[in-house]
Design a protein around this ligand. Structure first.
Ligand code: UD2
Length: 333
């Protein structure tokens, strides 16, 4: 896969293990998976993370990978432009994963999420231009689509965000494509649908629903369902998202493009909970609560564009991803 994917980049980054890469949010849930993959492939990686939600433990195992590349963890914030600029120097690619990722948190703290999610993204782009970084891959979100009832979501649809978070992500995406047009920085935005997998932290009420449900089912404590539970999402296992990122970083001729990253499969919250209960072999009590402010009701991706242009396939389906996650959580208790 790696060899196929690298053909588009300039000669000095063609060789396996020769890239210098910055991953913002590199100690976070998705960022740490990208870091792991890059280090396995022998690259020189800087994980740049303020550890607000990321954790050193998320990268602890990476140092033990045999015959791997190098990893440096830098504890710093994307709002710290000079620091970011220093670490962007000499990089071939930046994966920009650092963000405050919660929709309800953005509803409650819009100024803070604006600073991190918009100003932080602008800082990344500014450094990418200044330091001649070849490509920036941006973690965008399905939250940009909002409540338009048309399904599945296609990249050509008009953005209609319903939360500060959605506004921040579409703004970041606009900045990305404009940086390609104006300054020739090759940018690619990936509109993540609902990503789940190992190392997603269930501890906060703002955590992704799968991490919370798996945690509660394995502990035997109850879950809260906001709304009627019939809202659906396109849950996508993190390994597929890493694959999309590598393809986005290395496929030629896609500067300024945006792609959905999902499975193209819809799962209601009630079905999700039943599947987790079935795999885990235990049931939990459910409390129904009103829908959360800013929540979209339905979300499913059309993955035609990313399949056609990047050769992406969600090879790990939702049920297989849930099995892996449940095994992992059981094993780490
Ligand atoms: C997720 C991502 C967000 C964005 C978006 C794209 C996280 C934390 N958020 O937002 O960054 O990319 O997807 O669509 O990954 N729910 C419950 N009970 C709980 C927790 C959640 O019923 O204990 C509901 C929640 O009200 C919502 C659904 O589950 O209807 C999904 O919530 P989420 O926070 O996992 O994800 P979402 O779609 O808000």
């Amino acid at each position: 896969m790696w060899c196929r994917a690298t053909i588009g980049l300039a000669p000095r980054v063609l060789k396996r293990g020769s890239m210098k890469v910055l991953v913002t949010g590199g100690a976070g849930f998705i960022g740490s998976h990208i870091v792991e993959r890059l280090v396995r492939e022998g690259h020189q990686v800087v994980a740049y993370d303020n550890l607000a939600s990321g954790k050193r433990e998320n990268l602890a195992h990476v140092g033990e990978i045999k015959g791997a590349g190098e990893l440096e963890l830098v504890v710093a914030d994307v709002r710290d432009a000079p620091q970011l600029d220093y670490y962007a120097s000499g990089c071939d690619v930046i994966f920009h994963e650092a963000a405050v990722v919660s929709v309800p948190y953005s509803v409650e703290h819009p100024q803070e999420t604006h600073d991190v999610n918009i100003q932080g993204t602008l800082n990344v782009l500014h450094s990418a231009k200044r330091r001649s970084v070849k490509r920036v891959v941006f973690a965008c979100s399905a939250a940009v689509y909002g409540e338009d009832p048309e399904m599945p979501k296609r990249e050509t649809m008009r953005a209609a965000p319903m939360s500060p978070y959605g506004i921040e992500k579409i703004t970041g995406e606009y900045y990305m494509s404009v940086w390609t047009q104006l300054y020739g920085v090759e940018t690619v935005s990936l509109r993540y649908f609902n990503v789940f997998g190992e190392r997603q932290d269930p501890a906060s009420p703002y955590s992704g629903v799968i991490s919370i449900f798996v945690d509660r089912v394995l502990k035997g404590s109850g879950v809260t369902i906001f709304g009627d539970g019939l809202q659906y999402r396109d849950f996508v296992y993190v390994g597929n998202v890493v694959d999309a990122n590598i393809r986005a970083a290395t496929t030629p001729g896609i500067g300024g493009r945006a792609y959905n990253v999902g499975c193209g499969q819809k799962t209601t919250l009630l079905d999700l909970l039943s599947t987790i209960e079935r795999i885990a072999g235990s049931k939990v009590e459910r409390t129904m609560a009103p829908p959360r402010a800013g929540d979209i009701r339905e979300s499913i991706a059309d993955i035609g564009r990313i399949s056609d242009e990047l050769g992406y396939r969600p090879t790990v389906g939702v049920e297989e991803g849930l099995r892996r996650l449940i095994e992992y959580v059981k094993g780490s208790r």
